[in-house]
Design a protein around this ligand. Structure first.
Ligand SMILES: CC(C)(COP(=O)(O)OP(=O)(O)OC[C@H]1O[C@@H](n2cnc3c(N)ncnc32)[C@H](O)[C@@H]1OP(=O)(O)O)[C@@H](O)C(=O)NCCC(=O)NCCS
Length: 184
């Protein structure tokens, strides 16, 4: 059984997240940028850790990261990544659902993000949880000049969304346990 835990990032883990950022998203943010997120009351910066068994709990490895910015009533999801060795097991979903929980607790009304129009895994993940295309930002990703899709998800504070979230979390817990993960 592998043990998972999700924690708010602290300054002592910044070099670890910068290394993971290189692997997952090709060097999106620097150490300084991560420190700014840690120090900003408007940001939630989460790190996902995995240990191989309870005996090795001290050897947690950082395998995922997610971040949102709270801007007025909006949860802007600015970062989501899972180490390539750990993909397709529900862990990206786990981080996204945890960001939803945080957005609800912050009283935010909707979620938004930009995603490369060619990033089919991420688009498929966001669509699974109801995100819809609100527009396109032409040439958003430089230097390649690829377009970004702007995705929106409304109604975070609606009872229906909260009940869906609880249902998704239940289903995910089952899936993780079938994949031999246990959430600490
Ligand atoms: C996007 C990313 C975070 C997904 O993480 P993951 O742990 O592999 O995703 P999950 O296993 O939780 O998948 C959840 C859903 O996402 C979608 N999905 C994920 N990977 C997919 C793939 N390769 N192809 C198609 N759909 C995919 C599916 O809908 C999946 O649901 P399902 O398992 O019921 O089919 C991961 O691919 C990643 O880190 N990519 C690089 C960074 C990135 O692009 N981040 C997003 C920037 S906006």
């Amino acid at each position: 059984m592998k043990i998972l835990k999700i924690k708010l990032l602290t300054a002592t883990q910044v070099s670890e997240i910068v290394a993971l950022d290189q692997i997952c998203v090709g060097g999106l943010w620097t150490e300084e940028a991560y420190l700014r997120e840690i120090n900003s009351p408007r940001s939630t910066l989460l790190a996902l850790y995995c240990a191989n068994d309870y005996a090795a709990k001290s050897q947690y490895e950082m395998i995922g990261m997610g971040c949102l910015w709270a801007i007025v009533e909006e949860a802007h999801i600015t970062l989501l990544g899972i180490h390539p060795h750990y993909r397709r097991q529900g862990l990206g979903e786990l981080l996204l659902l945890t960001l939803f929980e945080d957005a609800i607790a912050r009283q935010l009304e909707w979620a938004t993000l930009e995603v490369n129009v060619n990033n089919l895994p991420a688009i498929s993940l966001y669509q699974k949880f109801g995100f819809q295309v609100a527009g396109i930002r032409k040439g958003y990703y430089q230097p390649a000049g690829e377009d970004a899709s702007i995705l929106w998800l409304k109604g975070l504070q609606q009872p229906e969304f909260k009940s869906n979230l609880s249902h998704w979390q239940h289903k995910l817990r089952d899936r993780l346990s079938k994949n031999h993960y246990c959430l600490n």
